[in-house]
Design a protein around this ligand. Structure first.
Ligand code: ATP
Length: 771
């Protein structure tokens, strides 16, 4: 080999070495730059990861997830436990069914309930956590997005790096495309210089090292690319989700907008309506305002007037206390004056009232006196069943004069004149109508006696007591008195008391008392008033209509229990119903006291002619005695005797205060229409006619002398029966033939009228007749 070739080879070798050195320097720089960039990227990645971790940890997403996982695990565990318990239940049920509350079954049940409660609570808690996780996920997505951006940035850097790396590779490849030169040089170096060969080997080793590093870089690049793909895929998924979310958001936004539109429309409509309404209201308000303005204009003068008035009033109010004081003083004086006047007027009225009351009483008294203080009525009872045969036209009436009665006795027509004659068809009500003025006069303070007189079976009890369905005078009188005094309340305060007495064989018996056997006595009142009273006599106070029924029931019962035959007993005894009416007028201080004696007398027939003896004779004597005494008393009263023999019998003694003075007496003579009773009927009528001529009011007004001494004429009925035209045996004193003549004489109506006028105007004539 020549020198030239050798130097050329050496130059090439040097040149190659320089080039190789340049390449290795360039490669070293590239590798350093790559490393640096990779390190920077790694650092960035690390920073990003740390940032992500930090954010995640800040948000607590991981903890929450862990917590959630823990809860899920706990939940699962509890569910397992629950299932295990449930699986135990069916096997143990038969043995546990009848166990007590502290048995394992109940414990398990309570445990089960607890577990279920816990599961429920955990579920709720899981829901809350799930919601929180969703929120964390949303935040993580945001972070992911940021991460994506950083990755994108990293990709760009990587692309730049890979571009540069490709440049290096291409340079290396170009370098590699020249191996023959290097081989040649290498061979030449081998041939020429072992130092060059060593350098070459070192350069080759360096190159190999670079190749290795390059391959590592490529592998790293591929990994990065894989990661990049992975990130891209995730990004795509996230984009898809974002699109879904955006779609949902758009839909929601659309709904929201539609809703907003609806609301807007509604709002507009409401505003329009409100506007219209406000306009109309405004219009009305304007109209009102106009009216108010008008009023205001008219009110202004009124206000001025009012202000003026107010000022006046103010002044008056200031003066008012003085005026008031003055007015009060004047009013007081006036009131005192008026009170005095009213009081004197009241006194005057009271005086006038009392005077009027007295006048009324006097007038009433006078009226009764004009009518006669002793009035005599006659009642003819109807023919009862089985009596028809013996009752043919023996009694007749004057159709024009209800005071006349005709009796056909032994072929002669006898005329009797009384105050009133009731024919057989007269009702209880009609009879009571005629006596009720007498009854009510006892409210005014009069004493009244109503006797039922007649032979046995003539209808005395029927007239006085009546029958349950059709009560007589007794019940009607008591009811009338009760209703009258009730009507007069509250001006008058009345007290009605009732006594019931029976006089049998001159013995007084209390019919309303408890002790039936007790004999009562009549005594002078120890208070010195001169009044009589009966010690032990029951006074029953009547406060209601029911009390009236009770009184009669009790009286009837007591009378019935004391005898074996009530009908017979009642024929032989006098029954007295004594009603006392005491009144007080609280406004006038006026007091009244009246007594009503309702007497059902014993039979008046002449028993002696029947030849009675023993107890019947005694009964007859007692009846005769009392009826004669009654006749004597009336006779003495009529004759104005200073002595009236009240004490000759229990009956007259008991009734003494009701037969004298202003007292009023009614004798109801009962007549039987039967032929067989004709002579008794004549006797009764004669007695009645004589009684009628007596006037109690004509007797001197002084305390009647109560004496046992009396002319004491025997009852004529005890005398033998006498012919009708001769002096008839009469209940009162000695009956004169004149009376009989007058009564029995059959007169023409004209003659009878004359006789009546004589009776009315010339009482002395009657007195003469009777005496
Ligand atoms: N006005 C009348 N209407 C209908 N029946 C009457 C009437 N008067 C009396 N009687 C009847 O006649 C009968 C006798 O009457 P009552 O017993 O009243 O007579 P009396 O005179 O009271 O007899 P006594 O003296 O024996 O008590 C009774 O059956 C009664 O019902």
């Amino acid at each position: 080999m020549n020198f030239f070739t050798r130097s050329k080879q050496i130059q090439q070798q040097k040149h190659c070495q320089q080039h190789s050195e340049c390449l290795s320097q360039e490669g070293g720089r590239l590798i350093t730059a790559l490393r640096k960039q990779v390190e920077e990227l790694e650092e960035k990645l690390l920073v990003q990861t740390q940032e992500a971790e930090r954010l995640r940890s800040e948000l607590g997403a991981t903890d929450l997830e862990k917590h959630l996982e823990l809860l899920v695990v706990e939940n699962e565990r509890l569910k397992h436990e629950l299932n295990a318990c449930k699986s135990l239940l069916p096997q143990e049920a038969p043995t546990l069914a009848c166990a007590a509350t502290d048995c394992p079954h109940s414990q398990r049940e309570s445990r089960l309930a607890d577990l279920e409660q816990q599961v429920l609570e955990k579920g709720n808690w899981a829901e809350i956590l799930s919601r929180q996780l969703d929120e964390s996920k949303r935040y993580a997505a945001e972070m992911q997005r940021q991460l994506e951006e950083s990755k994108h940035h990293r990709r760009e850097v990587e692309q730049q790096l890979s571009a540069r790396l490709r440049g290096c590779e291409e340079a290396l490849a170009r370098q590699a495309t020249r191996p023959p030169q290097i081989k040649y040089v290498t061979e030449r170096v081998e041939l020429d210089s072992p130092g060059s060969q060593q350098d070459l080997a070192e350069a080759q080793a360096k190159s190999a090292n670079l190749q290795e590093q390059l391959s590592l870089q490529r592998q790293l690049l591929r990994e990065l690319e894989v990661q990049l793909h992975e990130s891209q895929r995730t990004s795509t998924q996230l984009r898809a989700q974002i699109l879904v979310y955006e779609g949902e958001m758009e839909r929601a936004q659309g709904q929201l907008e539609a809703e907003m539109q609806n609301l807007e429309d509604e709002k507009n409509r409401v505003i329009e309506e409100a506007f219209v309404r406000a306009e109309s209201e405004m219009k009305a308000v304007h109209e009102n305002l106009a009216g108010v303005r008008m009023n205001l204009l008219t009110l202004q003068p009124a206000l001025r007037t009012l202000t003026c008035d107010y000022n006046c009033l103010k002044r008056q109010v200031q003066d008012f206390p003085f005026m008031l004081e003055k007015a009060i003083t004047e009013a007081k004086q006036e009131i005192c004056q008026v009170i005095g006047e009213v009081s004197s007027a009241n006194q005057e009225l009271l005086r006038k009232y009392k005077r009027e009351m007295n006048l009324r009483k006097k007038c009433h008294n006078e009226l009764v006196r004009l009518k006669g203080n002793i009035r005599v009525f006659c009642r003819v009872r109807p023919v009862c069943q089985g009596e028809q045969d013996s009752a043919e036209n023996m009694v007749s009436f004057d159709p024009e004069d209800d005071a006349l009665l005709y009796l056909s006795n032994k072929g002669k027509l006898m005329t009797f004149e009384l105050d009133k004659v009731f024919h057989p068809q007269a009702t209880q009500e009609e009879v009571f109508q005629e006596v009720q003025s007498l009854v009510t006069s006892c409210i005014d303070g009069f004493n009244v006696c109503i006797f039922a007189y007649g032979q046995t079976g003539s209808g005395k009890t029927y007239t006085m007591e009546g029958v349950p369905k059709d009560p007589g005078i007794n019940q009607r009188a008591l009811r009338l008195l009760f209703s009258e005094v009730t009507e007069k309340a509250p001006d008058w305060d009345y007290k009605i008391t009732v006594s019931m007495v029976e006089i049998y064989n001159e013995t007084l018996r209390n019919l309303l008392g408890d002790n039936q056997g007790e004999k009562l006595d009549i005594k002078m009142n120890p208070d010195g008033s001169g009044q009589l009273y009966v010690p032990g006599l029951t006074n029953f106070t009547v406060k209601s209509p029911e009390d009236i029924n009770r009184v009669f029931e009790l009286g009837h019962m007591n009378r019935a229990t004391a005898c074996t035959n009530l009908n017979e007993h009642s024929s032989r005894s006098h029954a007295l119903l004594i009603i006392t009416v005491v009144g007080f007028n609280s406004s006038t201080g006026h007091r009244t006291q009246g007594k009503l004696n309702l007497v059902d007398l014993a039979g008046s027939e002449r028993i002696a002619k029947s030849g009675a003896e023993g107890s019947r004779l005694r009964e007859a004597q007692c009846i005769n005695k009392s009826l004669s005494a009654l006749g004597d008393v009336i006779n003495a009263l009529r004759s104005r005797h200073s002595h009236v023999p009240f004490r000759n019998s229990r009956l007259t003694y008991l009734l003494s205060d009701s037969l004298s003075g202003d007292s009023k007496t009614l004798m109801m003579v009962q007549i039987s229409p039967l032929v067989s009773n004709m002579s008794e009927s004549v006797c009764s009528l004669k007695f009645a006619q004589r009684v009628r001529t007596i006037e109690l009011g004509n007797t001197p007004r002084r305390q009647w002398e109560i004496s046992s001494t009396s002319s004491s004429p025997t009852h004529d009925s005890l005398e033998p029966d006498s012919p009708p035209v001769t002096p008839v045996p009469l209940p009162i004193s000695r009956a004169s033939s004149a009376g009989s003549t007058l009564s029995s004489s059959s007169k023409t109506p004209g003659a009878r009228r004359r006789s009546q006028s004589q009776l009315t105007t010339g009482k002395s004539k009657h007195a003469h007749i009777i005496t």
